[in-house]
Design a protein around this ligand. Structure first.
Ligand code: ARG
Length: 459
């Protein structure tokens, strides 16, 4: 099969080399972007008088035929044409004859592939922003229903202080909000056009890169042709933002796994989001959050592999850079699956409010509040902390919780205790008392919800 670059060669390419150097096995995913880019490129070339408008129309016709063949699954990808760019160009020439050979005027695969990848990521990032919002909507919905639902809050996975379930869920809302902002912010760097950089130094043809940018909807053009074809930082930024998003989703998944265990029983995942065991009939396994947690690893891996690919490369293009693709596609696929499942999984889970409430009644997570109580009666916080520590120890030794002690018992520690201490100790009151901005009291959660609506632009 004759190569588009065959002129300089006297021998056929070794078959193993062909396989090894090709990227068509995976970069066919860029077919639509590649054709879209080519359509804009020839349009610009004809407007600039580099090719005639008759040639431009013929090339566009041919490209559209190729596009249809690709979309209908008729297109036959050929590894001997290495990558998506040359597969399409070859098919174009087969379709319309030698005039198809004018398409590559004033460009190189180096600026072409970079352009395709920019276009691909702009589309994906916009899609992921919408998916993140769907997860946030599901969180807000659960939060609205559980402002007053009290459950243990943990530090070190030890009971710390009671919090509202809405507050706990909204913590994730804000993590996802920052993830969304990072993606949004990355768009201004991804929305840059490399095309027209040529192989590395620009082109001798009187092209208009700003016109191509306009035709493709790019906001700006790379001002340096070498930078345009050399860097992949826009992909790294995507991989890094994706890693953080996966990390957040993974932490939430981990909590869903813990919460749905028999030991916690704080939530139950919907049957339609769980799987069974081939041997143990009783099992209902949280496979989805488990896999999401695990798949976070491959996204981190993709970030690190590309960082490593790039770190020692001299300017400008090097074939090493072909290794930017699989990790990017894999990350996009992984994110897509995770985001699409997380939203309905949150929306359909059952929150077992009674179990949560029972849990806070059976711990010492109200201890800080009696410490604060004594501070309000004039003791220093350190002194009070020490005394409450002793009271907790006393209670553990007598197999009681803080609400089970009598006033008399309290008074043996200090006469500052009065009857009102028991009200302070009730878990719901412990939660309600945290009225500082951003705290877990229902009134603060309502402030938080308003802010969340504002960010989602709903209500
Ligand atoms: N398939 C190549 C890649 O993804 C396209 C650019 C090839 N350029 C070159 N000079 N060999 O990087």
């Amino acid at each position: 099969m004759s190569k588009l670059w065959g002129g300089r060669f006297t021998k056929e390419t070794n078959k193993l080399v062909e396989e090894y150097t090709a990227s068509i096995q995976y970069d066919k995913e860029l077919a639509e972007e590649d054709i879209e880019g080519s359509l804009a490129h020839v349009q610009m070339l004809s407007e600039c008088g580099v090719i005639s408008s008759a040639d431009m129309l013929e090339i566009k016709r041919g490209l559209n035929v190729v596009l249809e063949n690709i979309q209908s699954g008729k297109f036959e990808y050929d590894v001997s044409h290495e990558d998506i760019h040359m597969n399409i160009e070859k098919a174009l020439i087969d379709e319309i004859g030698p005039v198809g050979g004018k398409l590559h005027t004033g460009r190189s695969r180096n600026d072409q592939v970079a352009t395709d990848m920019h276009m691909y990521l702009v589309k994906k990032v916009n899609l992921f922003i919408t998916h993140i919002e769907a997860v946030q909507q599901a969180i807000v919905k659960q939060a609205e229903e559980h402002v007053e639902t009290v459950l243990p809050g943990y530090t070190h996975l030890q009971r710390a202080q009671p919090v509202s379930f809405a507050h706990h869920m909204l913590a994730y809302f804000w993590m996802f909000e920052r993830d969304k902002e990072r993606f949004q912010d990355s768009l201004k760097r991804t929305n840059m056009l490399p095309l027209g950089a040529g192989a590395l130094a620009g082109t001798t043809f009187p092209i208009d890169r700003h016109r191509t940018a306009e035709l493709l909807g790019f906001e700006d053009v790379y001002p340096n042709s070498m930078d345009a074809v050399s860097d992949r930082d826009f992909i790294l930024e995507f991989l890094s933002n994706a890693s953080m998003l996966m990390m957040h989703m993974s932490r939430l998944s981990e909590e869903m796994v813990i919460w749905s265990s028999q030991e916690f029983q704080f939530i139950e995942l919907d049957d339609s989001f769980c799987t069974g065991s081939s041997i143990m009939p009783q099992k209902k396994n949280p496979d989805v959050p488990e896999l999401l947690r695990a798949k976070t690893g491959r996204v981190y891996g993709n970030l690190f592999s590309l960082l490593t690919v790039l770190k020692g490369l001299p300017l400008a293009y090097n074939k090493d850079m072909q290794e930017d693709k699989e990790g990017m596609f894999d990350t996009a696929k992984t994110l897509d699956g995770a985001l699409k499942l997380l939203a309905p999984m949150i929306a359909t889970m059952t929150v077992k409010t009674e179990n949560m409430k029972q849990a806070v009644n059976e711990d010492y997570s109200n201890a800080t509040d009696i410490a604060d109580y004594l501070v309000n009666k004039g003791m220093t916080f350190r002194e009070s902390h020490e005394m409450i520590g002793k009271i907790v120890l006393y209670s553990i030794q007598h197999q009681k919780y803080l609400l089970d002690l009598t006033l008399q018992e309290y008074k043996t520690f200090t006469p500052l205790f009065e009857e009102d201490v028991f009200d302070i100790l009730k878990p719901a009151n412990v939660m309600n008392a945290r009225k500082s901005y951003g705290g877990t009291s229902p009134e603060q959660i309502k402030v938080q919800l308003e802010l969340a609506y504002h960010h989602l632009k709903v209500k």
